[in-house]
Write a protein that binds this ligand. Structure first.
Ligand code: B16
Ligand code: MG
Length: 230
């Protein structure tokens, strides 16, 4: 493998990839939906993973056939966020998903750049609370973007900040919309979760504890069409 054919960076999604917050988002949305008399299941929630707060709120209201003004929608978003923040207050390293810090350390040691590509406006708070902020060379979150995943904006901004080509970057995502966004942007994709759900990803693992540098390098070859055993 020559220098031009080498993984140069990994951009991580946050919720559900690095930290165990996906369940907290679901609990807060479920509570909000219930308060509006809307049934909202875990299966419905798959559609919201990686989606911005306001788009998520609109999705739930639409499910319930409820029409609200922009002001009311913003109030509902603020309420959901206050419940979500209650659950993440006092968060520490123990909320990191297995394998997270080991992989970040290993990437740093091998000179592979690390980026964040999250839809969350709470991303900075979570990176600080879990003590992993210092690993990141580029940080793009819900405060920086104008378009929600599956638009590739969040990852393209990350690539631009890292000054690298998407073909040399692996995006690690737990959501269907996030994988779609990364593919649209021309990135190599690694899904975290179930391969039956993240069907379009170049490869899927159940958690970061199963991911290492060798797998990431082989993944680039797979994305380029080689039949490498992962
Ligand atoms: P916030 P990710 C996403 O984060 C979550 O998956 C999604 O459930 C949430 O609605 C979105 O962030 C916005 O989060 O309300 O904290 O701004 O998976 O893209 O890291
Ligand atoms: Mg996610």
């Amino acid at each position: 493998m020559n220098e031009s054919n080498k993984i140069k960076a990994v951009i991580f999604d946050l919720d559900g990839v690095l930290v165990d917050t996906a369940g907290y988002h679901y609990a807060a949305w479920h509570r909000l939906a219930l308060s509006l008399g809307i049934e909202f299941s875990k299966k419905d929630n798959e559609q919201l993973k990686g989606v911005s707060r306001i788009e998520s709120c609109r999705f739930i209201l639409k499910m319930g056939g409820i029409v609200k003004t922009e002001e009311e929608i913003n109030e509902l978003c603020a309420l959901k966020n206050s419940w979500y923040l209650e659950t993440i207050v006092g968060m520490d390293k123990s909320e990191l998903l297995p394998g997270t810090e080991k992989l970040l350390k290993s990437l740093q040691m091998h000179g592979i750049k690390i980026g964040l590509g999250s839809a969350s406006k709470n991303a900075r708070t979570i990176l600080d609370a879990t003590g992993i902020d210092h690993y990141f060379d580029a940080h793009i979150d819900g405060n920086d973007v104008t378009k929600s995943k599956p638009d590739p904006e969040v990852f393209l901004m990350g690539a631009q900040k890292l000054d690298l080509d998407p073909h040399d970057i692996v995006v690690v995502e737990d959501s269907i919309k996030g994988i779609e966004a990364a593919l649209k942007g021309g990135f190599i994709t690694l899904g975290i979760g179930l391969s039956s759900v993240l069907i379009d990803a170049h490869h899927v693992e159940t958690g970061l504890e199963h991911v290492d540098i060798t797998l990431l390098k082989n993944l680039q070859q797979v994305a380029q069409g080689s039949k490498v055993q992962l």
